[in-house]
Design a protein around this ligand. Structure first.
Ligand code: PEP
Ligand code: MG
Length: 849
């Protein structure tokens, strides 16, 4: 029969998957000899069995009973005893940490008789009743969905408070608060199992791609009390600063407080350093223990502890959630401390988290109107409209940037926090719910803003006396805690020294080249700044839309015949040449792939749709297509109206030549034809390309290739490769055409439903559909190289900057990935991790996410 329960001091083979993160931490700490209260873990197997069978699996009750007996033995106290009762906490703990998402119940084992026993044995009735009050509250809320009004929780006299809560419990549930402590325990365990499936936990799992079928473990731990006097305390701490990565412990604690008080932000905690003064011995022991744990795990830890009457107990240790900046600094520091290798340092950083570092800042030279200041809980600056609750944030956040402003946040606010560009709270410290979650999701956040008041009825907030309405614009700066009325000017981020170090290490490891998709010189410059090794996609149509060119482009499209088109194209030619020169100068010596005009022509005529001119109207009508993305676009345009592509090739040739003459260094030009499905298309366009390049720039070296963005092109890649020097997978269109899902319409419609309902795990426009689209890519590479082994291959769809897709491209043996300039650092890191993962040279742990 399956075994479901392990005591902390019993070894098990199941590891984190079986015992959950909290359970494995408690077991390892116990086995290391770190002071941990006694207890046991009910495995994730038990939770999965419960969720599958809809009931407690056979044998579990007996195992729990046996372990309670062992706990009683160890503690020298009895569960439900009326003189000196054993109390336990019942805490969730999944294999992958989901902070605050599932339930915890403290002080299980108290009833009307035991509370009196506890009062007598401790000589502290106020404490005993406070424990009972907390149990009735947490148990009611978690097990029986009772909602208590906040006013009932904060009454001064704990005995009265407990009685009031019991009365509410009885009224709401139709039954008295359970006096049978075994029933309490049994129902608490079931409630924790069930909390795996609360809506907020489900949203959280979708956000972090945590599988739905892991289930949570349940830890039953002997209670130790941080709330039984001035020599007791409870707190949380990191072994390094989780926002910056700086060395030195970083924590908060509260004297005479229990459990969730610190995390929930109900009382504002004190900085950990203060503990040295009030509880010096426990403080020293805590510091030693933290250092030991960091050495043992060789990673930054996040611990929870309680001091009971001067004695320290560790309640949890786990790899600390951290900002990207902290992850990088800690990884670089730990490498110099010889705690980890360079490869481990690379593997430790979650590439998806890096864009936090690429967050905007408030322009330091701007004069801003600072209305109030709070704590710098999560870095980055954000400008948005004030919203006062989670549903409003979700709704308005679809259409505009919003900042969620709350007194404090709770796990129920998670969807709204995700939908917001910034989070601001009046209450709570740097380890409050808002702060922890914001750092994780990389959203700028200011907490504990003293001057802030929120009036949910009037839908207004007051910032140091100034009244603002929901919808008014504010700016927050999560790096220094400033709250500003109105929209402050933001500036672009830079890469710091530690970040550069990690990326340099990554460059030494990776095989894939990383290029950028850039359409103008300033994007090209940004891309080089971030380490791009060339341009993988320059979309010429963006130049067609700039400034006064649109009118000339429209003239070209509206022309009745080839002569008319050529006249307009002649005027466009020098403008395009100028654009290319700018980009080529920035990218001198590096490859630049210029993709010839792609979108359907009528896209350029939108501004003329209401024109009264019948000639224009009839041309617009003639160009209209029901399915333009499958219509006259890409190389089909270039074949039907070769003069357009001729002009573009001419501009490229002339620009390359001009830059070569001016600077002595031209880029390696790659001319790329879009939407090719047939060899004959590319054969004709290659002829055109060669003819014009021979005329314009005979001495310039260039390559002529194609995008592979139609399934037919991938399948017939061997034929197409005969006339191509390179392939670049356009996975945006390849996804659209392989899946038959419109890239412009699917999101927000059925695809959103598919993702919510679990038909698909991932958005295929974000993360490459490896099994489908990826298989076509594999076929394309294999068949293309079968006739031309030296064929260069890359990817330039959005997936080129998504970590898992980058890993796939590495395994496929592509030569490069190309992505937006801001994702270049991320792609560099992901490409290095792909190598490490493949060769198992470092345990792949993306600790930050
Ligand atoms: C693609 O289709 O993947 C691509 C890069 O081209 P575009 O997005 O311009 O269609
Ligand atoms: Mg495309």
């Amino acid at each position: 029969m399956t075994r479901y329960v392990y005591a902390f001091d019993e070894p098990s083979d199941g590891g984190r998957e079986l015992l959950g993160g909290k359970g494995i931490g408690l077991a390892e700490m116990t086995q290391l000899g770190v002071p941990v209260p006694a207890g046991f873990t009910i495995t994730t197997d038990a939770c999965r069995a419960y969720l599958r069978e809809g009931g407690v699996p056979e044998g579990l009750d007996a195992e729990i009973e046996e372990h309670i007996a062992r706990l009683e033995e160890a503690a020298g106290k009895r569960f439900g005893d009326d003189t000196d009762p054993l109390l336990v906490s019942v805490r969730s703990g999944a294999a992958i940490s989901m902070p605050g998402m599932m339930d915890t119940i403290l002080n299980v084992g108290l009833n009307d008789v035991a509370v009196a026993g506890l009062a007598r044995s401790t000589g502290n009735p106020a404490f005993a009743w406070d424990c009972y009050r907390r149990l009735i509250q947490m148990y009611g809320e978690t097990v029986d969905d009772v909602s208590y009004d906040r006013t009932h929780l904060d009454v001064g006299d704990p005995e009265r408070a407990a009685e009031t809560l019991k009365a509410i419990y009885a009224r709401e549930t139709g039954a008295e608060f359970p006096q049978d402590v075994r029933e309490q325990l049994r129902r608490a365990v079931v409630a924790v199992f069930e909390s795996w499936n609360t809506p907020r936990a489900q949203v959280y799992r979708r956000t972090y791609d945590i599988p739905d079928d892991l289930g949570t473990a349940v830890n039953v731990v002997q209670m130790v009390f941080g709330n039984n006097g001035e020599r007791s305390a409870t707190g949380v701490s990191f072994t390094r600063n989780p926002a910056t990565g700086e060395q030195g412990v970083y924590g908060e604690f509260l004297v005479n407080a229990q459990g969730e008080d610190v995390v929930a932000g109900i009382r504002t905690p004190q900085p950990l350093e203060e503990m040295q003064r009030v509880l010096p011995d426990a403080y020293e022991q805590l510091l030693d223990t933290m250092a030991r744990l960091e050495q043992h795990y060789r990673d930054m830890q996040d611990v929870e502890f309680t001091v009971e009457d001067g004695r320290l107990y560790m309640l949890q240790t786990r790899s600390a959630k951290r900002t990207a900046a902290a992850a990088i600094k800690a990884a670089v520091d730990m490498t110099s401390e010889a705690l980890i290798s360079r490869e481990e340092a690379i593997a430790r950083i979650d590439p998806a988290q890096l864009d936090q570092l690429l967050h905007k800042r408030i322009d330091p030279s701007a004069a801003v109107d600072v209305a109030a200041t709070g704590l710098n809980a999560s870095p980055g600056a954000a400008v948005g409209a004030i919203v006062l609750d989670s549903p409003t944030a979700e709704e308005r956040g679809k259409g505009e940037p919003v900042i969620l402003v709350r007194w404090e946040t709770s796990p129920d606010d998670f969807p709204g926090m995700k939908a917001s560009v910034g989070i601001l709270t009046a209450h709570g410290g740097l380890t409050s719910h808002a702060a922890v979650v914001a750092r994780q999701i990389g959203t700028p956040c200011v907490t504990g803003c003293q001057g802030l008041e929120v009036d949910l009825e009037q839908r207004t907030v007051s910032l140091a006396g100034r009244t603002l309405r929901e919808g008014d614009t504010i700016t927050i700066d999560g790096a220094d805690g400033r709250v500003i009325v109105g929209a402050a000017p933001l500036i672009e981020p830079e890469i710091n020294e530690d970040f550069r170090t990690i990326l340099d290490w990554a460059d030494d490891v990776r095989r894939l080249s990383v290029r950028a998709n850039a359409d103008n010189p300033s994007e090209a410059e940004q891309a080089r700044e971030f380490g791009a090794q060339g341009i993988g996609l320059c979309r010429t149509e963006h130049m067609f839309r700039e400034g006064d060119r649109l009118a000339v482009v429209q003239e070209m499209i509206l022309a009745a015949d080839e002569d008319g088109r050529r006249a307009a194209l002649d005027r466009l030619l020098p403008m395009q040449q100028g654009d290319f020169e700018g980009i080529f100068e920035v990218m001198a010596g590096l490859p630049v792939t210029v993709r010839l005009l792609d979108p359907p022509l009528h896209e350029f005529l939108r501004s003329l749709e209401d024109s009264p001119d019948p000639r224009i109207q009839s041309r617009i009508k003639a160009l209209h297509e029901e399915n333009p993305m499958l219509g006259t676009r890409g190389c089909r345009l270039g074949i039907q109206w070769p003069e357009i592509y001729e002009m573009l090739v001419r501009a490229i040739g002339r620009a390359a030549r001009a830059v070569q003459e001016r600077t002595g260094d031209a880029p390696l030009v790659e001319i790329m034809h879009p939407l090719v499905g047939f060899k004959e298309e590319l054969r004709r366009l290659r002829d055109l390309t060669e003819r014009v390049m021979d005329e314009e720039a005979p001495e310039i070296e260039y390559h002529c290739g194609t995008m592979i963005e139609l399934p037919r092109a991938a399948l017939r890649a061997d034929e197409i490769a005969e006339v191509a020097d390179f392939f670049s997978f356009g996975t945006n269109d390849l996804t659209q055409t392989t899946l038959g899902m419109s890239r412009d319409d699917a999101e927000g419609k059925f695809l959103t439903y598919y993702l919510e309902d679990g038909v698909l795990d991932q958005n295929p426009f974000e993360t490459l559909d490896v099994d489908g689209v990826g298989d076509l890519m594999r076929i394309g590479v294999e068949r293309g190289r079968s006739v031309k082994p030296e064929l260069k291959t890359g990817i330039c769809g959005e997936h080129g900057g998504e970590p898992r897709s980058v890993e796939f491209c590495h395994r496929l043996g592509l030569d490069y990935v190309s992505c937006s300039p801001y994702r270049v650092p991320l792609a560099r890191l992901a490409a290095a991790q792909a190598v490490l993962k493949e060769s198992h040279r470092a345990e792949y742990v993306a600790a930050g996410g």
